[in-house]
Design a protein around this ligand. Sequence first.
Ligand code: DAH
Length: 344
Amino acid sequence: MTTTVTDLAALESRAAGELAACADEPALRAWNTRYFGKTGEMAAALKAVGSVEPAQRKAYGQEANRVKEALTAAYDAALAARQEADLLKSLAEDKLDVTLPGRSPQPGRLHLVTQTLREIYAIFADLGFQVFRSREVESDELNFGQLNMPPHHPARDMWDTFHTTTPGVLLRTHTSPGQIHVMRQACPDPVRAILPGMCYRFEQITTRSEMQFVQVEGLAVGPGITMTDLKGTIQAFARRLFGQERQIRIRSSYFPFTEPSIEVDVDWPADDPNRDRLTKGTGWLEIMGAGMVHPTVLRNGGYDPAKVSGFAFGMGPQRIAMLRHAIDDIRLFWGNDLRFLSQF
Ligand code: DAH
């Protein structure tokens, strides 16, 4: 342990010698840690003042401080000289290879689902529809009850549901409960809205289905709205999205919240080599469920079904994206694999 002025002299000359022998910057930094680090020798020597005999303490303390300052100054000068020399050397010797190809930045991009949704928003915006956002954690009452499916209604079996631990609270199985929210907010004014968002179903995950997926709901409510309006709206939408030649076909169907209920098919281009596979040989492809809003649902939204009517539809943008880009596995959307995502 360093406790005398003689010890300090020995420490100083050893440290100065080692400093002079440091060949590069890492060696200099290691030296600094060795002497001035928390447990370094110089730090210990300074701390040792307390254990020096009282008679010598003052002289020891002064000398320790002087040695510390001298070594610090020597280190700073050595480091600066080393860095300067390294820089000059690198300027003289390192050559810039201007023929080296640059590193191109990797800009981010919008997810295919977002791109598809934005196309859908743009088309419906031209048709006068606003985007309305509705909650993903929903009450049983709005997801089912207010949509004309009271408890124990067999139609509830159409949706395999994730229930939360709070009774009566679930993850919405479809965007349709947003119809009630938007109607209650707009009533008594007319509604023309699309409601995009994530939905959840407790399904077996296969190439054709996922537990979570995006839907776009549509709703129009007002005086004198008819099935013809629904048909025209869907036709205009299908043509904007899939091409000006597209025809739509309507089949009768069943949903508890619409009456009558339909399913809509679009004819698929005859020159698409995937046509047979996609349409199972029929030439027609289902794109959505739809119908005239059930009077009970209108009433639940606050409207008088004697005065207004409405249409609604629900579609899956992921399915639409799959059709347009010949994607054969819906799990790719949330798989976060850049090899897939960066293709779009
Ligand atoms: N909610 C239905 C589903 O997820 C889709 C649907 C069908 C929505 C008909 C509608 C509709 O608005 O009118 O299966």
